[in-house]
Design a protein around this ligand. Structure first.
Ligand code: CA
Length: 146
């Protein structure tokens, strides 16, 4: 690979994915942020509550949200439903639970569910897929620089 020094705001495939992290545990949020930045994503915000996270999603229009389920104010699955209903944002649900909540999260519109602890390789795969989709969609509001 040997492209780590290029993994800044703009990767080799165009603009970096803009990501919002909604996670109440500081250590987990920080770890996710470091993984995302290592993968060349731009972390545009971190929210610790579901409602403030949904608000931030509406303000920032991120390409991707990483969503915890167990949040202090309400369920991250409900917040996922709110975001995918209103925005063209992909949501990846991140959870410690491997039970019926996984299916509920997918039914709510989550693109996929990752189980904690989330490894950088798992994120790399999903982010690679998102980048490929965006490249083939060719977003018109994205003037390519030479
Ligand atoms: Ca939590």
């Amino acid at each position: 690979m040997g492209t780590t020094e290029e993994a800044e705001a703009r990767g080799p495939d165009g603009p970096a994915l803009r990501v919002l992290v909604i996670e109440d545990e500081f250590v987990v949020a920080t770890t996710l942020r470091l993984h995302l930045e290592a993968l060349g994503c731009e972390v545009v915000g971190v929210a610790r509550r579901a409602d403030s996270g949904v608000e931030m999603a509406h303000e920032l229009h991120p390409d991707l949200v990483l969503m915890d389920i167990g949040l202090p104010d309400r369920d991250g699955i409900e917040a996922t439903r709110d975001i995918v209903r209103d925005l063209a944002t992909s949501v990846i649900v991140v959870t410690a639970y491997e039970d019926e909540r996984v299916q509920r999260a997918l039914s709510a519109g989550a693109r996929t569910v990752l189980t904690k602890p989330v490894l950088e390789e798992q994120l790399a795969q999903v982010i690679g897929e998102l980048r490929t989709e965006r490249a083939s969609d060719g977003p018109p509001s994205d003037p390519r620089e030479p």
